[in-house]
Design a protein around this ligand. Sequence first.
Ligand code: GCU
Length: 610
Amino acid sequence: MTFSQRFLFAGFFSFLLGVVVSAQVAPLIANISARQTTNLDGQWQAIVDPYDVGSLDYRAKSLNDRSAFFKDYKPQSPSELVEYDFDTSAQLQVPGDWNTQRDSLLFYEGSIWYKRSFDYAKSPHKRLFVHFGAANYRAAVYLNGEELGRHEGGFTPFDFEITNRVKPQGNFLIVRVNNARAKEFVPTVNTDWWNYGGITRPVTLVEVPDTFIQDYFIQLAKGSTHQIAGWLQLNGTQLQQKVTIRIPEANLSKTVETDATGHATFAFDADLTLWSPENPKLYAVEISAQTDNVTDRIGFRSIQTRGTDILLNGKPVFLRGINIHEEAPMRSGRAWSADDARTLLGWAKELNCNFVRLAHYPHNENMLRLADQMGIMVWAEVPVYWTIQWENPDTLHNAENQLQEMIARDHNRAALIIYSVANETPVTEPRNAFFRQMIQTAHSADSTRLVSAALQAHESDAPDRITITINDPIAADLDVLGNNEYIGWYVHQPADADRTDWLSSYNKPLIMSEFGGDALFGYHGDSNTRWTEEYQENLYAHQIAMLKHISFLRGTTPWILMDFRSPRRTLPRFEDYFNRKGLISSRGEKKKAFFVLQDFYRQLAAAPAP
Ligand code: GCU
């Protein structure tokens, strides 16, 4: 049963059971920007509810009467007691984290209720869904006083069908968002990024035909540069249909028939201009069923490994990368817009990057679509970060669900080449078992891309040389190895990189997925003084000299493009709740180390591939 069929079955099955929770996995509609949509962004009414009085009574029992905030109940007489009122409550901007919208909410972790009223004249024979780009961390969604469903995970999209619930006038959509942390969650309680809460990406009404093209996967077959292979999934009542995939510019047209579950697979030869950073060619692809059609812009490229090489379109490539957090440039807060993406990826291009690691969670779709257009390859990651509950089946299910949702949204983006299932996790057997399940889930959802993780190799220290060996057992299951090291910042001095040797127990490509050090923009001194730009600049110079000697190195993503907010960074003057390892300050000012890396990447770009 394919990934999308499982979704369809789960939804239908739990609909029978009347379990609202299953509604939260209503079919994730692909490529909503190509659909007939109504945007609900803007100022929403908001109630800050630290003690969850909107959903629990004083005995912590769930509320379902008029005192439940999702009812949006108004007093019917002057004597009636109602202790909440969305319409006289202050507003919050959607999309947007709540933390940077009010000083009083900067450190807030808990529940906030959002309300948005709207009218909607639905066309006959059409279905309507409400789609969320993301909400951090848990969301419960209600329409007109009824629960639609819930979603867990702060960085992936979800939607609910409201076809039979929407009214022509006076609809009220209420969302309780809660960003409280917990050990069993993904991520768990401890992260080096700000726990921005809220409806952090756009909210959209999506109108589709009764039977519509819910999802499709159209890419080159694994390891091929001339055969397209993929599948498509219809959703509705007319599941058996003829569907045609057209690529007019390449004079390609292929008609398939969906089976009783609305699913079809296909494979056909195609003579295409391959997508690459040098030539990020995207084709208009039209998918036409009898009841629906949708168009997308898709690039075609192959990505594989051969020994320690990474092959893009069959040729060895070096990934000149940088890490990026989804922190809004200039204004701080959770980034979400095309402008944010253009600024961040624009800086990566300025660095001569052909690759970015989007850390440590799925970033917004604007980043992926712009990377497609700009020719920047992407490492995407789920927030299995540091020490999560490896033996908790709910934690595994949650992590797998976030991985599948990330893959479902972006699996047609040529720029996306690597799925990462984790960052800096302790080597234990329960962790290895967890990893293996995640790696398998990634491969079964999409066999054409590479799977990696950011590991932490350990060193043996001799008087004159430092030797670091990549021998994490889980590396055997990964396609590409990632490794984080902080020589010159958390361990040793910058110059100790000069006497460091790297070994690997695996004949696989390595991406040095993190290295770097902090610097406060504008703080200057000698290169031994921490927090100065000169210290960071010197650290990069020694790192680059070391990296050039690693024979199996096929990519680098220093930590990090831009300073970002972190609750772990309390040092006054230098940190002030910001991680300062950026090559650019949060106000867009370039530090000296920016130019050291820019120069290294210029040389690499000019040199023949490894
Ligand atoms: C870690 C981690 C990052 C963190 C960075 C740092 O390796 O993966 O999330 O921000 O190091 O300490 O700056």
